[in-house]
Ligand binder design. Structure first.
Ligand code: CA2
Length: 194
């Protein structure tokens, strides 16, 4: 590898180490190399404190929870679910933030944001469970545990609800336990994070 070709590029850590080892142009490498290596080793010297935040994400139409179709999804609102999760999490030394969106891109942005501030993710992707490779791809970039929640038992419903793309990534799946499934998911994350 020629160092002059690499000068000015955004060199990633792995590439930089390879360049330092094999390059002949010592001056150029040293300039960029020391800065990048210091940045690389800083994560070991000053590791970021482990977050105790759990992000709870909800997909399309779940804003209607407790307002429409109570026979299928129960009478509790998302606000009530949020309060219950905060309570359960607090007893386990964790914090929660609950969000809902009807927009797939916004959901993907929130999953990506969770990479920076959350130890774990709980997600009810709603209808996107059965359709969205994009949400699966986003979840695959999140390093912590992920629990998928469905209020209803998707396996006892129409065949198109039996498959979930998100389950391919989830560390656990809870379905058919009503909104209590969210509290179960918080408890499971506490176990996985301990
Ligand atoms: O059982 C679940 O939690 C679901 O994720 C709910 C989704 C459905 O598409 C999934 O197959 C299973 C539907 C969410 C719609 O939420 C509503 C809530 C109240 C009233 C109307 C819709």
């Amino acid at each position: 590898m020629c160092s002059s070709t690499l000068t000015g590029l955004n060199i990633r850590y792995g590439e930089l180490i390879a360049v330092v080892t094999i390059s002949a142009d010592y001056r150029v490498i040293k300039k960029g190399g020391i800065i990048e290596l210091a940045h690389f080793f800083r994560q070991f010297l000053y590791p970021r404190p482990m977050s105790n935040l759990i992000t709870i994400l909800n997909g399309p139409n779940l804003n209607l929870l407790g307002i429409r179709e109570p026979e299928l999804y129960g009478a509790d609102t998302l606000s009530k679910v949020s309060t219950r999760c905060e309570q359960v999490a607090g007893e386990l030394g964790l914090r929660t933030v609950l969000k809902q969106t009807n927009h797939e891109g916004e959901m993907i942005d929130w999953i990506q944001a969770a990479r920076d501030d959350s130890a774990g993710v709980i997600i009810n992707p709603a209808a996107w469970s059965h359709t969205s490779v994009a949400i699966l791809d986003a979840l695959n970039t999140f390093e912590g545990p992920v629990i998928e929640v469905h209020i209803s038992n998707i396996h006892a419903r129409e065949p198109f609800r039996h498959h979930s793309y998100v389950s391919n990534r989830a560390n656990g799946v809870i379905a058919g336990c009503g909104v209590q499934g969210y509290a179960f998911a918080v408890q499971r994350l506490a176990t996985l994070l301990s």
